[in-house]
Design a protein around this ligand. Sequence first.
Ligand code: GDP
Ligand code: IMO
Ligand code: MG
Length: 432
Amino acid sequence: MAKRNVVVIGTQWGDEGKGKVVDWIAPQVAAVARFQGGHNAGHTLVINGQKTVLRLLPSGILHPHVTCFIGNGVVVAPDALQIEINELEARGIQARGRLRISGACPVVMPYHVAIDQAREAKRGAAKIGTTGRGIGPTYEDKVARRGIRITDLLNPSTLPEKISEVLDYHNFVLKNYLGASELDRDLVVSQALSWGGYLAPLVADVSAELNAICAAGKGVLFEGAQGTLLDIDHGTYPYVTSSNCLAGQASAGTGVGPREINHVLGITKAYTTRVGSGPFPTELTDETGAWIAKRGNEFGSNTGRARRCGWLDIPALKRAVEINGIDSLAVMKLDVLDGLPEVKVCVGYTNGATLLDRLPVGAEEVARCVPAYESFPGWTTPTHGLRSFDALPEQARHYLTAVQQLIGVPISMISTGAERDDTILLHSPVNY
Ligand code: GDP
Ligand code: IMO
Ligand code: MG
């Protein structure tokens, strides 16, 4: 049986370049499936200079033969989805014909967005730095068993009552606890009713369809959003997102058994970035950090916020390798380091007298970590746009080889530019 099913996940704090990799691998599979997160994601594809930013749509959508799935683990904002589909359809890309959405997806409702934003405002300096898209409150409602699911949108006779009940509760919190405006029940209901008609043709038994594709050996690419260090359980809690972003979630978030997964591909930048609040041991607050941010164009593809930049963090990557079961790594944005006189890598931390070789779990522990660095010589000739390993400058090859040894997992792909084909393949993650 062909071993074509690959999970692509972020190993850092998101924005590693998952979208580019998924788009690049997609021609080799029949389906791409999102399994967690929502439109807090921003996955960028660049093809012949044309940029596409995807938030909810899987990054296989530009390939006409690929069916795109949104699994039950994803929280869906129907208005954001519609905008995204319209943007593609205006360019002649028929997204709807190839899109299948699970009826079990929780719906991001207007009150979730209001709560997310009001809560962040109330927290002030202690804010999480969320994307303000209502993701956390939507997952809270799911777990509290009061969420509105996509199937509910398809039942106009019961929907108003369901919304009334949950809105009563949220309006109480908005008004009395958060000091924000209440939402008008009739407006929320009429908006939700209008979504049902639009989504109905897209709703499918995602689990059954994906399992059929797996059984036929045609290949499924499971596309993670966010990254390991933003995982609700294993990340720098509470400065995390509200879903599990690990490879294991690909199974629960789509309804495909874990034994169907053949390869876990971890995506890492050649350095590290983080957007939003929370500890970041290798953060560079000096001119080198600013230089990387500028060269790497490190501004959020979704919210436009500046991303914090720092050196590569091996103890964090080692943790990511373990908890995701990573088989190989894609190292992205190597070209951003072109021209630096030296490139550093964090190889361990000290916390007082304690030496650590793994990122600890939770924000307070991580905040106490002081990184220990190993320094590598930089490269003066550019790697940007190079498409073979042998063409890379010797120092860049040395850096990658050392990183691979430090992490203990093979590098299967290297990216040297945002363009789809600025990619070096060492081992194909499909049929690895
Ligand atoms: P994702 O959320 O993991 O899909 O990553 P994002 O799309 O949010 O952020 C990655 C950014 O880096 C995007 O703007 C990409 O176009 C860009 N990018 C991806 N790979 C490379 C690369 O190898 N070099 C450069 N210079 N940019 C890249
Ligand atoms: P992709 O898929 C980077 C961060 C936010 C914030 C925290 C919680 O493009 O890699 P949320 O809105 O999820 O409640 O915010 O998580 N965050 C991301 N950071 N890339 C992302 O997605 C992110 N999605 C959420 O900045 O710190
Ligand atoms: Mg992103």
